[in-house]
Design a protein around this ligand. Structure first.
Ligand code: NAI
Length: 250
């Protein structure tokens, strides 16, 4: 099935990469639900004002109850669910820390959202996907899962888990025509990153220097890959992770 008339949930889409993805899917004719801990309704209204079919729902992806309620409400409202983009993640608000100073609580906080959030969302949409005869899951991981990154061990490990979960689910859910793929972005000037001056000052320039395409990367650079994995064009691709980073050297 193509995106026209499909129903897509994009988590963490009030701002940043998720918002850009929601906008692109809606422009391609999908009915999109922006699911976010904060600002979902406002973000949806901005796109709905452009005659795009977008609604918002407040949810914390790490809460099983909220995830289940939001997914059920989406299926009741639209009659089906076809696409899930697991984009919600904690990154720009994390304080970089040497490995020896990281606490179990900090690990749990990151894994609760970045990994358990993905697990809960995938599990919750499964019955709706089965009823619809298939579905697409696009997980947003990160290039750092391949390269590593100092002072971010918990974040790096969480994104590695997302890539492994993508493979695991692809092997398990293919028999239901559910395709599971991942997009691994390089350092992206998202809204969250813009709000963290340390990241902008410390990471922007070096990451640009380390790219074949030596310019800033923005959410607009990612939406094509996300759309591809949500759309009919990728109908025989599953379990893959596509790195979108402008050709980072390391
Ligand atoms: P952002 O910080 O601009 O936006 C994140 C959104 O997720 C916010 O709207 C926030 O409210 C929402 N969110 C956070 N925790 C949530 C929760 N528990 N439940 C529901 N919503 C929640 O983020 P950005 O930069 O657009 O990143 C999006 C995804 O891309 C994240 O998974 C991030 O790890 C990943 N990524 C980002 C990169 C970057 O350089 N910006 C690079 C590689 C991956």
């Amino acid at each position: 099935m193509g995106l026209q008339g499909s129903v897509a949930i994009v988590t963490g889409a009030a701002i940043g990469i998720g918002f850009a993805a929601a906008e692109r899917l809606a422009e391609r004719g999908a009915r999109v639900v922006i699911a976010d801990r904060s600002g979902a309704e406002e973000a949806a209204s901005r796109l709905a004002a452009r005659d795009l079919q977008v609604t918002g729902v407040a949810l914390d992806v790490s809460s099983p109850e909220q995830v289940s309620a939001a997914v059920q409400a989406t299926e009741s409202r639209h009659g089906r669910i076809d696409v899930l983009v697991n984009n919600a993640g904690i990154y720009s608000t994390l304080e970089p820390k040497p490995f020896e100073q990281l606490t179990p609580q900090e690990w749990r906080q990151v894994f609760d959202v970045n990994v358990i959030g993905v697990f809960l969302m995938c599990q919750a949409v499964l019955p709706a996907f089965q009823r619809a005869g298939g579905g697409r899951i696009v997980n947003i991981s990160s290039g750092v899962a391949f390269k590593g990154n100092p002072w971010m061990a918990h974040y790096v490990a969480s994104k590695g888990a997302v890539i492994s979960l993508t493979r695991a689910l692809a092997t398990e859910l293919g028999r239901y025509q559910i395709l599971v793929n991942s997009v691994a972005p390089g350092f992206t000037l998202s809204d969250g990153v813009h709000r963290n001056p340390t990241l902008v000052e410390g990471v922007r320039e070096p990451s640009m220097r380390n790219r074949v395409l030596a310019r800033d990367m923005t959410p607009a650079d990612l939406v094509g890959a996300i759309e591809f994995f949500a759309d009919a064009q990728s109908a025989f691709i599953t379990g893959q992770t596509l790195v979108v980073d402008g050709g980072a050297y390391f």
